[in-house]
Design a protein around this ligand. Structure first.
Ligand SMILES: Nc1ncnc2c1ncn2[C@@H]1O[C@H](COP(=O)(O)OP(=O)(O)O)[C@@H](O)[C@H]1O
Ligand SMILES: O=P(O)(O)OC[C@H](O)CO
Length: 497
């Protein structure tokens, strides 16, 4: 019987299921968007039950499309939007509140208070590799305990569980039997010591989080449990899990220290493998776990930008400027430049390297001739500028420039964006044949655990580059454009304070 690996890719805007064969070829794909809740300015939520139902719907749809039954699936790998925080009842499985999404800024004020303790800020950075910010799960979890009626009492009585999205899905798929988080996701909670791979007592005390709520932290590639029989008709091993950005790094086969990738999804995330030693940034980047595999842990340096493709989604859904994100390419190419427009998509503040939760979005340089094509072009340009900021910070940390950049994620299908990215970085941009490297990485992690792929070399043999973008812009133009971007960013800082 032919066997495949099923990857569940639970992203910020959609749940996807992709089934892969041994060559890393997609056999079947299903995808479903779900509702985004914006209850207050700067707040973002999801319905955790909808995350679960959409994820299961697409899993069944993908199996049906390829006429597969549970015994064709060797293993399931999960990859997910990170940091998003879910708390649910251990007995009923009912979430006590909506999932608080990574983009949500509701705990910025609380983070400001904590920031008054410089020792704590230093200790958090040293132990978790993260900056003290509302982005990460820790303060979101505390918010739920403090604000949902009876949540703290129920948590202290041992009746509530916490998880990031992979924890939630594994718990649900195993019928409430397995409560685990993989190291990569744990490393985004701001409660996990990335050096000794344990939850940190001091931080848990500061945030007042009962340890009984926390999942067991486990490697990214191992059999965690099996799906309930009722789910797919028979048991399937769940054998891999990683946060989506780390999964993309793995899917791009960035196995060597120094290998880097940039993912253009809802946000933009630049990750560089730093091998078995964590590198601490002096320029606003994060240190994170890349994966736990074969009894070892790999680390990565990460730059996180909160709004990337989401800016195009905003033009599509809120401004009705286009009906399909892919149209942004032809609209951008319909004009010869951006007519001096700069868009700063700081809708939920700015992430790396600025870390300003109070920045807000803006469009600068509007003149009478500016039209919607210019606005689209300037929005795509902003996605490239933000990545350029990340690469700049990374180059400063490393003391050298990266010679090339591998790209992936939905928005990297945009050729205009990729060429502008190469131009503004002044380095080659390499796009693989499979830009769904996030799900591919999750599939690889699961398949390595069961022996579907023998080792990393076996996996690497599947990797193919589809197109390379060489920089053609002259240095003077690049410097001028970047200076404009810098000026635009400086104007949005602290806006909502
Ligand atoms: N051709 C395109 N050009 C520009 N942006 C795009 C294009 N296709 C998709 N996007 C944007 O990329 C995002 C989808 O990418 P994806 O990797 O699926 O994101 P996620 O995993 O975060 O949900 C959306 O925000 C969408 O607006
Ligand atoms: O849903 P994505 O692909 O934009 O990824 C979200 C990140 O994991 C947030 O840290």
């Amino acid at each position: 019987m032919k066997k495949y690996i099923m990857a569940l890719d639970q992203g910020t805007t959609s749940s996807r299921c992709i089934i892969y064969d041994r060559q890393g070829k997609q056999i079947s794909v299903a995808q479903m968007e779900f509702k985004q809740y914006f209850p207050k300015e700067g707040w973002v939520e999801h319905d955790a039950n909808e995350i679960w139902t959409t994820q299961m719907t697409v899993a069944h749809e993908a199996m049906l499309k390829a006429k597969l039954t549970y015994d064709n699936i060797e293993a399931i790998g999960i990859t997910n939007q990170r940091e998003t925080t879910i708390v649910w009842d251990k007995e009923t499985g009912e979430p006590v509140y909506h999932a608080i999404v990574w983009q949500c800024r509701r705990t910025a004020g609380y983070c400001d208070e904590l920031m008054q303790k410089p020792d704590l800020v230093d200790s958090i950075k040293a132990k978790t590799g993260l900056l003290l910010d509302a982005y990460f799960s820790g303060t979101k979890l505390r918010w739920i305990l403090d604000n949902v009626p009876e949540a703290r009492e129920r948590a202290e009585a041992g009746n509530l569980l916490f998880g990031t999205v992979e924890t939630w899905l594994i718990w649900k798929m195993t019928g409430g039997k397995v409560h685990v988080t993989d190291y990569t996701n744990a490393s985004r909670t701001m409660m996990f010591n990335i050096h000794i791979l344990e939850w940190d007592r001091e931080i848990l005390d500061v945030l007042d989080i009962p340890t009984s709520m926390l999942p067991e932290a486990v490697p990214s590639s191992q059999i965690y449990g099996e799906t309930m029989d009722t789910l797919f008709g028979g048991p399937i091993p769940i054998a891999g899990a990683a946060g989506d950005q780390q999964a993309a790094l793995f899917g791009q086969t960035c196995f060597e220290a120094g290998d880097a990738k940039s993912t253009y999804g809802t946000g933009n995330f630049l990750l560089m493998n730093t091998g078995e030693s964590p590198v601490i940034s002096k320029n606003g980047l994060l240190t994170t776990i890349a994966w736990g595999l074969d009894g070892k842990v790999n680390y990565a340096l990460e730059g996180s930008v909160f709004v990337c493709g989401a800016a195009i989604q905003w033009l599509r859904d809120e401004m009705n400027i286009m009906d399909d994100a892919a149209k942004s390419e032809e609209m951008a190419l319909a004009v010869k430049d951006s007519a001096g427009l700069y868009v700063v998509p700081a809708f939920v503040g700015l992430g790396a390297p600025y870390w300003d939760p109070y920045a807000r979005g803006a469009v600068f340089g509007i003149t009478r001739g500016a039209n919607k094509n210019h606005l689209v072009r300037a929005t795509l340009d902003s996605m490239a500028y933000q990545c350029s900021d990340l690469l700049g910070a990374m180059s400063q940390d490393l003391g050298r420039k990266l010679p090339e950049l591998r790209v992936d994620g939905g928005a990297c299908a945009n050729n205009y964006l990729m060429q502008f990215q190469a131009d503004i970085l002044g380095c080659r941009v390499m796009r693989p044949a499979c830009i769904e490297t996030t799900s591919l990485g999750a599939a690889y992690l699961a398949g390595l655990a069961t022996g579907y792929w023998k080792n990393k070399e076996d996996v690497k043999a599947n990797c193919r580059i589809e197109r390379e973008f060489e920089p053609v812009m002259d240095q003077e133009t690049r410097a001028e454009l970047l200076a404009g971007w810098e000026k635009a960013v400086s104007r949005v800082r602290d806006w909502a304070k």
